[in-house]
Design a protein around this ligand. Structure first.
Ligand SMILES: Nc1ncnc2c1ncn2[C@@H]1O[C@H](COP(=O)(O)OP(=O)(O)OP(=O)(O)O)[C@@H](O)[C@H]1O
Length: 274
């Protein structure tokens, strides 16, 4: 296993309330060519964990712990050092591409930006690489001059994917990238991410609350509850023999064969009182 990222004892608290642990003592390792899914209900600390890797936490939050990226401790990197990593060595895609895409710039220009900034590409070489990236994510390269609002939701997410993989990052973080898409488009985007991860041999950290998605793409699974990891293991272990009552309760919410959600009342009697 080639380690790409290791988080050691990550804790995140509001600056004004250091006793309130939003993320508590989280440790995890991501390997090259593998997809690790973080699952958990809303507010369990999934996004904060992902944002802390990129050092994109709100200034109102404080982070403790260490983050190693390709063997380097990046916990104390300043903004300039992080800008060098972001978009080049680490890519990130979010649930809603319109919040990240600029509506007044063409998609070709936006896909080209990281290539200019990090790799110094310009002119014909830049145009050629943008066309190749569009093709790679399943968009006709002739659409490079389109604006984001001329595309469907699924196509916009494909543009975001093209931007995030443009410099062939070692790590791709995907925070609920398919939640806003309809089921068919969701399956296509998952398939695309999986294929790109394999082709480029990236480590992928994929955040979701959907065990159907986990079953489709995960190698490893981490279950978070109230800021802590309650269970982790291979996808087979966690999905087929979950050890923790919270994981079992989450799994019980997965829709059955007819698509009906079988909600089980969740009890928290396994929680130890603080
Ligand atoms: N800037 C902030 N200041 C204070 N609390 C915050 C801040 N950002 C997030 N939180 C809190 O931290 C907790 C974890 O948030 P996080 O966004 O990581 O959850 P999540 O598991 O990703 O949820 P979701 O699936 O809804 O995105 C939540 O209780 C949230 O309200």
């Amino acid at each position: 296993m080639t380690e790409i990222l290791r988080i050691s004892q990550l804790s995140i608290t509001p600056a004004h309330a250091p006793e309130r642990k939003l993320v508590n003592q989280v440790s995890l390792t991501l390997a090259r060519g593998k997809t690790t899914c973080i699952v958990g209900e809303s507010g369990s600390g999934k996004s904060l964990t992902a944002l802390s890797i990129m050092k994109l936490l709100s200034p109102q939050l404080r982070m403790q712990g260490q983050i190693f990226f390709e063997g380097q401790d990046i916990s104390h990197y300043d903004e300039t050092a992080m800008q060098h990593l972001r978009g080049q060595k680490m890519g990130m895609i979010f649930q809603e591409p319109m919040t990240s895409l600029n509506p007044v710039l063409t998609i070709g220009f936006q896909i080209g930006e990281p290539l200019q900034t990090h790799l110094g590409l310009k002119g014909a070489a830049l145009k050629q690489k943008v066309a190749a990236l569009l093709d790679q994510v399943g968009i006709d390269p002739n659409r490079a001059n389109s604006y984001p609002d001329e595309l469907s939701g699924g196509q916009r997410q494909r543009v975001m994917i093209a931007m995030s993989i443009a410099c062939e990052p070692a790590l791709l973080i995907a925070d609920e990238p398919t939640t806003a898409l309809d089921v068919t488009v969701q399956a296509q985007v998952l398939q695309l991410l999986n294929a790109l991860k394999d082709r480029m041999h990236m480590a992928m950290l994929f955040i979701t609350h959907d065990f159907g998605v986990v079953a489709d793409i995960a190698d490893e699974v981490i279950v978070m509850f109230r800021g802590e990891i309650v269970e982790s293991g291979s996808v087979a272990q966690v999905l087929h023999s979950p050890q923790h009552p919270y994981t079992r309760a989450l799994l019980a919410c997965v829709p059955d064969a007819e698509g009906k959600k079988v909600l089980q009342p969740m009890t928290y009697d396994w929680l130890t009182p603080n």
